[in-house]
Design a protein around this ligand. Structure first.
Ligand SMILES: C[S@@+](CC[C@H](N)C(=O)[O-])C[C@H]1O[C@@H](n2cnc3c(N)ncnc32)[C@H](O)[C@@H]1O
Length: 299
């Protein structure tokens, strides 16, 4: 920071983004994910259930004096369980210009600060811009991963997101809307690939519209779609349907936020084949030159 005009979060983001394009931070080579580091941890709270917080996340929260959390996206049970002694600040409705000085000042006063995001901060979390703005002000930051909601949904459904023969790929995506231009909405392409489990974040309010677009794009109306509302919360709910029916069902249930939409057979655990991993192939050893060993090691 050299002068007053550079002291805005936007200027800080611009400067840090430019820096990332040319050099890696030394800490990338010094620390592993999960290590405790100096600074403000950006912690993934997980999908909701307090037991789905990492050990590193729990320790950070228990030590915290100030927790800036993502409002209703973070289950209050997590805050009650681990933040008994901390001041709690809801970040919803606050912009970077308010959040960054709030965290910076607390950190500079010597308080232990945690920034708590829902799920994993690396998925639709807008963490990096906050981290960059803080780093630019001399406040170190680091990430503590969390269980993303798609993984909680697959656990609820007692299935895998990848399944041999059924789903060789997973797409984490979101539908077009205020944030995403229509031409950047790739849901129809992922679904059209056939062997992809498409996990739609931030799309609960628009399930019917999204399905209408898929139908217009020629997607089979019988393609399975499973919606998991509040995965791992006490009021968790599962709605099963197809591209042709799920929009109406979600509308009837009245859910407008906080659900994971999973498209594809894997969500039902249907149609898969036994994997190579626990078969004769694995016991005979690698006859394909090494690459298959790596790609099938899924435990
Ligand atoms: C701003 S994004 C944050 C995602 C979060 N960082 C994660 O890794 O899960 C919010 C979206 O995540 C999904 N989501 C978050 N928590 C959820 C939960 N417990 N069950 C189902 N979906 C959830 C919903 O699609 C919601 O619209």
């Amino acid at each position: 920071m050299t002068d007053e005009s550079e002291a805005t979060p936007q200027a800080a983001i611009d400067a840090e983004r430019e820096k990332h394009a040319h050099e890696r931070d030394d800490r990338v080579y010094e620390f592993a994910a999960g290590d405790e580091q100096e600074g403000i941890p950006f912690v993934g709270a997980g999908p909701g259930h307090p037991r789905l917080l990492t050990v590193a996340g729990k320790r950070a929260l228990e030590d915290a004096e100030l927790v800036v959390h993502a409002g209703s996206l973070v289950n209050s049970e997590v805050l009650e369980a681990y933040c008994e002694h901390a001041e709690l600040v809801n970040s919803v409705g606050k912009d970077l210009e308010e959040l960054v000085p709030l965290m910076r000042d607390a950190y500079e006063e010597g308080r232990t600060v945690v920034r708590l995001h829902s799920g994993d901060p690396a998925i639709y979390g807008a963490a990096l811009e906050q981290m960059d703005a803080l780093e630019h002000e001399g406040v170190p930051t680091y990430l503590v991963p969390g269980v993303t909601s798609a993984f909680a949904a697959s656990a609820t459904l007692r299935t895998q997101l990848t399944l041999n023969e059924t789903a060789n790929h997973v797409a984490f995506t979101r539908p077009q809307g205020r944030t995403l231009e229509a031409e950047d909405d790739h849901i129809a392409e992922f679904v059209g690939m056939g062997d992809v489990t498409t996990c739609i974040y931030l799309g609960t309010h628009a399930v019917a519209d999204t399905m209408d677009r898929l139908l217009a794009d020629g997607v089979d109306p019988d393609t399975p779609v499973t919606v998991v509302y509040h995965a791992s919360w006490p009021d968790e709910d599962v709605i099963e349907g197809t591209v042709g029916t799920i929009g109406r069902k979600v509308d009837e249930a009245g859910y407008r936020a906080s659900a994971m939409v999973l498209i594809g057979d894997a969500a039902a655990g249907a149609g898969y084949e036994r994997s190579y991993l626990y078969g004769d192939w694995a016991n005979r050893g690698d006859t394909d030159g090494g690459t298959e060993t790596e790609t099938t090691s899924d435990d």
